[in-house]
Structures are given as structure tokens and as C-alpha cells.
Design a protein around this ligand. Structure first.
Ligand code: SAH
Ligand code: SF4
Length: 362
């Protein structure tokens, strides 16, 4: 693929105007063909030019001489007993990233009032190989940072998995795999544009999760389509947060909350706060009370995630009673708080718990 990439144009690296230009220059064909090509690549999800049957055989052959449609190589697929599936992708430079497909039938936010249950198929995708942020409880953080993913590598996780699971459909996308999406904002913004404009994913069904990179949170609304925002808060005091998330020494809780108060939300939109519960560290009722105070005035909901234990860490998963007491303190104060069951634990597939078992290539 490397040799091919050097001589031929990757059609997934082009936006619409660039694609129009490429087709006109190389094939002399009008611009509406670019729209057709985008539809076949992102909506019909073909893996090769040959499959675009709306184009004549001649056009397909001629185009195949000069261009190709990039796809990611699935190195391994792991299935959990709870229905979660993990996909390990091998990148062209030999690095690996993971995506996790999580089926659930939780109440959809939008359907809460209607009291209906809908089944979701959420794909948790990666934005970087490794991560620079280095949160103490996170396996990806321990891997260190290798590189940013290109926009097409981010989008292609979605398209590749969609190809594999058809006719089932991915309904939701969360940027909660490997990496900090706001530290790769340029590529993530392009990926979001392609997912919403070309692949027609609803913005309301995409969630970007960040450890709280304050300047990028402020830049985000002007740079990328307005998808849901989740913030990994994980502690309600600077002391505790700095202990488990060193990034907090740079962007403390008060500047983070200030940025979030100013963050433009879609109608009825809410910010999701993720809170990994670490036994004896941030899981007391007093912590829950402090959290309630912090969230005051912000349309929000809280995802409580009992720590997923992994090797080489001293952090503990809190007992069920503490998790329930924490949740009760929040809900009694009028906060929406949902306990996220740890899915795919047997295949190390829980979101934020991804770490390729293959050696990274620097
Ligand atoms: N970098 C982004 C997105 C990836 S991490 C962020 O930090 O938000 C996605 C989520 O997984 C974060 O909320 C993180 O706090 C959580 N997480 C990481 N390691 C975990 C673990 N071992 N157990 C439970 N949640 C974890
Ligand atoms: Fe990076 Fe998120 Fe893991 Fe922190 S929790 S190290 S930001 S991936």
C-alpha cells in the first residue's frame, strides 16, 4: 500500500473542491461526478473504485490508474461475551489503533421523555496513536505518544467497521478510544466534517471526549461541526485532579469550568461529564457534593465510570455501595447521573482502556 500511496492519489484525502478539480483535470468530467464519488465512498462505503458501478467501466479503469480508495487493515477482531467487539487496525506505518463497537439498549437522551428504549450501536474511535496527556489511571496514557491520526484514518475506523457489520448500522460515534482528540484538532475537525457531511452521521449522535484542553475547547465551536462534548472531569478538587490528571496543573478546574460555561450548546444540548470512580481517591459522598456545586448552572449529565482495573496500577475499583451512594448524592441534588457499566472488560475493550498489544513504531 505504501508504494501505491506514493504513485496514486488517495481519494479519501481530498475534500469536495479538490476532488472536483482532480476529476476535471485527470478525467475531464463534470463536477457532479465528485458528489457521486463521495456518495459511493462515504455512504455506500465501497472499498475500491472498481465497485462504483454508477461509473462506466472505462472511467473506473482510467481512474484506478491514477487513484485509489484508502481503507484500514483489520489485524484482529476480538469479541467479548457481552457483545462488545474490539477491532485492531494496522496503519500503513505499522502502528496500531483500536476501535470498539458497543451495543446497548439504554434510553436515548432524546427519547427520555417518551420513555422509549432504543437500541444503540456505538463505535468508540481513536484519534491518536497513544496520548500525550498521561492520565495516571489510563492504559493509553501509559503507552506514551506516537503520532496523530490523519483525518481519513479517523473516518475510516467508522467506515471499516460499518462494512464489516452490515446490514447492522453504527448509530453513535464517540471519540473515547486512544488519544486526546483536542490535541489533534485539525484532523479531528476534518474527520467530523466528513462524517457529518459525506457519511451523513447526525451531529447529535457524535460525542467528542476531552481531558479538558481549555484553549482548544474555546477554539472548537469555530473550527468543527457542533457535536456533543464530553469532558473527563474525574475529580472535583484541583488537588485530586492534578494527582490523577497532570494536565490539571496547566488547565485547572476553574478555567475549565469557565470555558464550559461559555461553550455554545445545541438546543436542549448538555455537556457530559465523565467521572472515573477510583476507590479511596475521588469516590466519597463529599466528593459527590463538591461535584454538584461545580456543575451548578451548566446543562449537564454525569457518566460515572467505575475504574476498569488493569495490570500495573494501584488504583482500585470502588465497591458497588460507594458507586451507588455517589450516584444518589448527585441525583438527589437534581443532577442526571448514569453509571456506565464496564463493557468488554474481558477483552480490555472498555473505552479509555485501549492499548495495542503490538509494539508501537516510533
Ligand atoms: N482523551 C479523551 C478521550 C479518551 S479517554 C479523554 O480523556 O476524555 C475516554 C474516557 O475513558 C475518559 O473519560 C477517561 O477518563 C476514561 N478512562 C480512561 N482509563 C480508564 C479506566 N482504566 N477505567 C475507566 N475509565 C477510564
Ligand atoms: Fe489521554 Fe484520555 Fe487516557 Fe488521559 S484518559 S491519557 S487524555 S486517552
Amino acid at each position: 500500500m505504501m508504494a501505491r500511496a506514493k504513485t496514486k492519489k488517495d481519494l479519501k484525502s481530498l475534500d469536495k473542491p479538490a476532488l472536483e478539480e482532480f476529476l476535471m483535470r485527470n478525467e475531464g468530467i463534470p463536477s457532479f461526478r465528485a458528489g457521486q464519488l463521495l456518495h459511493w465512498m462515504y455512504k455506500k462505503n465501497v472499498a475500491s473504485i472498481e465497485e462504483i458501478t454508477e461509473f462506466s467501466k472505462n472511467l473506473r479503469e482510467s481512474l484506478s490508474q491514477k487513484a485509489f480508495i484508502s481503507t484500514l487493515k483489520v489485524k484482529e477482531t476480538l469479541s467479548s461475551t457481552d457483545g462488545t467487539q474490539k477491532y485492531l487496525f494496522e496503519l500503513e506505518d505499522g502502528n496500531f489503533v483500536e476501535s470498539v463497537l458497543i451495543p446497548s439498549d439504554e434510553d436515548q437522551e432524546a427519547d427520555e421523555k417518551a420513555q422509549t428504549k432504543t437500541s444503540r450501536l456505538t463505535l468508540c474511535i481513536s484519534s491518536q496513536v497513544g496520548c500525550t496527556v498521561g492520565c495516571r489511571f489510563c492504559l493509553t496514557g501509559r503507552l506514551g505518544f506516537i503520532r496523530d491520526l490523519e483525518a481519513w484514518e479517523i473516518v475510516e475506523q467508522v467506515l471499516s467497521v460499518q462494512r464489516l457489520i452490515a446490514p447492522r448500522q453504527i448509530t453513535n460515534i464517540v471519540f473515547m478510544g486512544m488519544g486526546e482528540p483536542l490535541n489533534n484538532l485539525e484532523n479531528v475537525a476534518v474527520a467530523l466534517e466528513r462524517l457529518t457531511e459525506f457519511a451523513h452521521f447526525s451531529k447529535r449522535r457524535i460525542t467528542l471526549s476531552t481531558a479538558g484542553i481549555v484553549p482548544s475547547i474555546m477554539e472548537l465551536p469555530g473550527k468543527a461541526p457542533m457535536v456533543n462534548l464530553a469532558v473527563s472531569l474525574n475529580a472535583a478538587t484541583d488537588e485530586t485532579r492534578s494527582l490523577i490528571m497532570p494536565i490539571n496543573r496547566r488547565y485547572g478546574i476553574s478555567s475549565l469550568m469557565q470555558a464550559l460555561r461559555q461553550f455554545p450548546l445545541a438546543r436542549r444540548g448538555r455537556i457530559t461529564f465523565e467521572y472515573v470512580l477510583l476507590g479511596g481517591i475521588n469516590d466519597s459522598v463529599a466528593d459527590a457534593r463538591r461535584l454538584v456545586k461545580l456543575l451548578h448552572g451548566i446543562p449537564s449529565k454525569v457518566n460515572l465510570i467505575p475504574f476498569n482495573r488493569h495490570e500495573g496500577t494501584d488504583f482500585r475499583t470502588p465497591p458497588v455501595q460507594s458507586v451507588l451512594a455517589f450516584q444518589k448524592t448527585l441525583t438527589d441534588s437534581g443532577c442526571t447521573a448514569i453509571i456506565r457499566k464496564s463493557k468488554g472488560a474481558d477483552i480490555l475493550a472498555a473505552c479509555g482502556q485501549l492499548k495495542a498489544k503490538y509494539e508501537p513504531k516510533k
